[in-house]
Ligand binder design. Structure first.
Ligand code: NPW
Ligand code: ADP
Ligand code: K
Length: 466
């Protein structure tokens, strides 16, 4: 995988050096044990041990197995001239700090009990690349019976080039500790090859339209929502999210339930005309269907929206309506299920959430935003964005409705579906971070306008426009 211009040996040297640097920066000199596996992760460990020893730290190495003769890792091992000890619990328990270089990106099965017991015996742990039982591609813990076992956690994981999905996604995220990402000079083409089609959400990666001096409400975008009679609160929250994130005009199509929506926000337009009449207005291109709707209400609206060729975001009630017949959603642009809704539509996702979201997006030919503490936004063409720009403050009832409203506004502003969903997740997360402690869901709206302005500024800065 390493390029011709810079070989794996140089990359390993920089990787090991970066691990030693990170350890020296964050810890006072102490007795370090480096646990080395047989592959290149172990190779990084030998290099780190050499640099720490050179800096005067008391360092020992315990090898699970020697690297194969003739490999780069074997070369790195041969250059460490310090003390070797047995790979066992006692050695790990004696050290003040254990550097785990047993397995990294090459881990492909659960490590033995021996490895797990030795790791668990350490007082403090730092991982080289990844904890040695983390699947870097999925964030799954490759541990036999992880429920009954106390899974060791780490103070820090030093990775290279860019974080792996395993550093970002739960459950691994919660045990990696602080993630330090070292630039080891990996050439661009190798980076792309190593992690194709998956990114960490950031405004540099999409562009939300800025406010223009000659804007009018239609140029900023019209968001239409289907409103039901039973749970108007959810639709109103979504409408408020749409308005607060900058839609030019937000309308609720509520039919006979219109009265329930007329009390409250005066800037919201409430329509009681039948849907076919409303659909004659071509400017009403983007529709949010689902929050607060019963299956009967969805049935009365969503198929008509699709027949009329509208851009539809389906959430909540619309996902329940399609339970058992996922195909009913074919034609929508975006769906925003949480894990329960996702499971009903596509089956249990297993331990590879991002892979499951990607497969669902391909299957239904729409953007799938799988909501969670880290949300996954998958496009039908295979692109996946991981959004960890969020806060547990968002874990409050109705926050998903707000999110749906924000994404609808991004769609109405003319953004393509995947970019609109990525932007919506980021703005929603930013609002959650700014809304203080234990905010009520309505408090998110106050911060969405500033979140949008910040995203626009960050995008401009990243692209050298300021
Ligand atoms: N890519 C780059 O440019 C750079 C990569 N770098 C570093 O390389 C690391 C990846 O190295 P890698 O590919 O050698 O894999 P690694 O994680 O050492 O493990 C493979 C070995 O472990 C074994 N093994 C696996 N699972 C096992 C288990 N459960 N139980 C027992 N054995 C198991 C497997 O054995 P096998 O499956 O063949 O029996 C094989 O021997 C990466 O994380 C980073 O630290 C840096 O130097 C910077 C540049
Ligand atoms: N711990 C968390 N950290 C960050 N975001 C979270 C967390 N828990 C929930 N969220 C976000 O909050 C929203 C909850 O939406 P949803 O599950 O639909 O709830 P509701 O139906 O009550 O609106 C989602 O956007 C989700 O990503
Ligand atoms: K490791």
């Amino acid at each position: 995988m390493a390029s011709h211009s810079i070989g794996i040996e140089a990359l390993m040297e920089r990787a090991g050096w970066a691990v030693a640097q990170a350890v020296k920066t964050r810890f006072a000199p102490c007795r370090v044990l480096v646990l080395c596996g047989p592959g290149n992760n172990g190779g990084d460990g030998y290099v780190a041990a050499r640099y720490l020893e050179r800096a005067g730290w008391p360092v020992q190495v315990a090898a699970l197995a020697a690297p194969r003769a003739g490999t780069i890792a074997a070369k790195a091992a041969a250059r460490f001239h310090g003390r070797h000890v047995v790979f066992d619990q006692e050695s790990a328990a004696r050290a003040d700090l254990v550097i785990d270089a047993v397995f990294g990106a090459g881990l492909d099965r659960a490590p033995s009990d021996e490895v797990m017991t030795v790791l668990a015996s350490a007082k403090k742990r730092v991982a080289v690349d990844l904890p040695s039982f983390v699947n870097g591609r999925t964030g799954a813990l490759l541990v036999e019976d992880s429920a009954s076992r106390d899974v060791p956690d780490y103070l820090m994981s030093v990775t290279f080039v860019r974080p792996k999905p395993g550093h970002v996604l739960y459950p691994a995220r919660s045990i990696c500790g602080e993630v330090i990402c070292a630039d080891i000079g990996m050439p661009e083409d190798c980076v792309a090859h190593a992690a194709p089609d998956m990114w960490l959400n950031h405004p540099a990666l999409w562009a939300i339209p800025a406010m223009s001096p000659d804007d009018h409400k239609y140029s900023r975008g019209v968001v239409s929502l289907c409103g039901g009679a039973v749970m108007p609160g959810a639709t109103r929250l979504a409408a408020a999210g749409a308005r607060a994130s900058g839609a030019g005009l937000v309308r609720i199509s509520a039919g006979k339930a219109a009265q329930a929506y007329r009390l409250g926000a005066p800037g919201l337009v409430v329509d009681d005309a039948p849907l076919p009449a409303l659909l004659e207005d071509e400017r009403r291109e983007v529709w949010l269907c689902g929050p607060g709707l019963t299956p009967e209400e969805v049935e009365a609206a969503l198929p008509s929206l699709l027949r009329a060729g509208r851009i539809v975001l389906a959430d909540a009630g619309a996902l329940g309506w399609a339970d058992g017949v996922t195909e009913k959603l074919r034609g929508v642009s975006v769906i925003t299920p949480h894990i329960g809704e996702f499971t009903k539509l596509f089956g249990a996702p297993g331990s590879d959430l991002a892979g499951a979201a990607r497969a669902a997006a391909e299957k239904l030919d729409c953007v799938v935003l799988l909501k969670g503490a880290v949300s996954i936004i998958a496009a039908p063409d295979g692109r996946v964005m991981l959004n960890d720009h969020a806060s547990p403050a968002l874990a409050t009832a109705g926050s998903g409705d707000t999110l749906a409203g924000v994404i609808a506004t991004m769609l109405a502003a003319g953004m393509p579906a995947w970019e609109a969903s990525c932007a919506g997740a980021w703005l929603h997360g930013e609002a959650g971070m700014k809304a203080g402690n234990w905010p009520v869901v309505e408090a998110l709206d106050t911060h969405l306008g500033d979140a949008r302005a910040l995203a626009i500024a960050l995008h401009a800065a990243a692209h050298g426009q300021v």
